[in-house]
Design a protein around this ligand. Structure first.
Ligand code: GLN
Length: 284
């Protein structure tokens, strides 16, 4: 079958299944098995795709048609210009998370002695935050903590493949806090589970494939912030920054938690959809 006919066929399968962006997804599914220049689909349309590869691609399209997230099927996704391996048991990188990452840059850029920079990423998942920070601040010492047995191999592989020399700790963030010294970090950053119990009941069908452990944040979604803020604030240096991803409805609760723990310059940042998605503040 030609690449063009395969593309049309896969697009139709996805369209029938109600995918919102069938043509876009068809390209990614084909590319996962038969890599081609995505920008030259039309020019390369006459290329012949072997029968066994077509069968394989069509079976991937069937999985997608049954609701499995595209990223689990292709096994990888991009975040902030780098490739990350993902699969069942690890949260899929979302563009939203760029907000919490980039909101820390002005502060980190302002630190003179980068060689002494120490960063802690809690609930690291696939490692997108810790790895992106390590790549930007190469002399920094970056530590990533992740509890999930399933996510851990992805975190390790992503650090290795992206050549990011980070410390990885396989632990519950609430158990390993004593491993860190008081006043140790310049930045503590986290995208913890923050979906409310109510929203957990109405998750988008793709999100149901993702690990509950990475999503479920309790009744109001704030269980993790309530525990992280008082527990980890002492681990920051004076003037150090705490940064969280969160859901816009949680802004006031988290801001109050941070204020009560002695944070100042508390600022919220919006995602491209125009809703509050990240918050940071510095410890006085
Ligand atoms: N942004 C994710 C969602 O709404 C939630 C991620 C998280 O809980 N950290 O599906």
């Amino acid at each position: 079958m030609t690449l063009r006919s395969l593309y049309t066929k896969v697009t139709e399968t996805l369209e029938k299944a109600g995918a919102q962006t069938p043509a876009f997804e068809a390209i990614w599914l084909i590319d996962a098995v038969f890599p081609f220049d995505r920008l030259k689909l039309l020019a390369e349309g006459d290329r012949e795709v072997e029968e066994d590869l077509c069968t394989k691609i069509q079976s991937l399209a069937q999985r997608r048609a049954q609701g499995e997230p595209l990223q689990y099927i292709t096994g990888q996704w991009e975040f902030f210009g780098r490739k990350y391996y993902v699969g069942e048991g690890v949260l899929i990188p979302r563009d939203d998370t760029e907000v919490v990452l980039t909101c820390t840059f002005p502060y980190l850029d302002s630190i003179k002695n980068k060689a002494e920079l120490k960063i802690l990423d809690l609930c690291s998942g696939s490692g997108i935050i810790a790895i992106s920070l390590k790549k930007r601040y190469e002399s920094a010492q970056v530590t990533a903590v992740e509890l999930s047995d399933k996510a851990l191999p992805y975190l390790k592989k992503n650090a290795k493949e992206n050549k990011a020399d980070i410390n990885i700790i396989h632990a519950d963030i609430f158990d390993c806090v004593a491993d860190f010294s008081d006043g140790e970090f310049d930045l503590i950053i986290s995208n913890p589970p923050y979906v409310t119990d109510e929203d957990m009941k109405n998750l988008q069908s793709e999100v149901r494939f993702e690990p509950e452990l990475a999503l479920k944040g309790g009744k109001d979604g704030c269980d993790f912030y309530r525990r992280i803020v008082p527990l980890y604030a002492p681990k920051l240096k004076q003037g150090g920054m705490l940064a969280f991803e969160y859901d816009s409805s949680q802004a006031e609760i988290i801001e109050a938690l941070m204020r009560n723990a002695g944070f100042e310059n508390i600022t919220v940042f919006d995602d491209i959809g125009g809703v509050h998605r990240a918050i940071n503040g510095t410890l006085v």
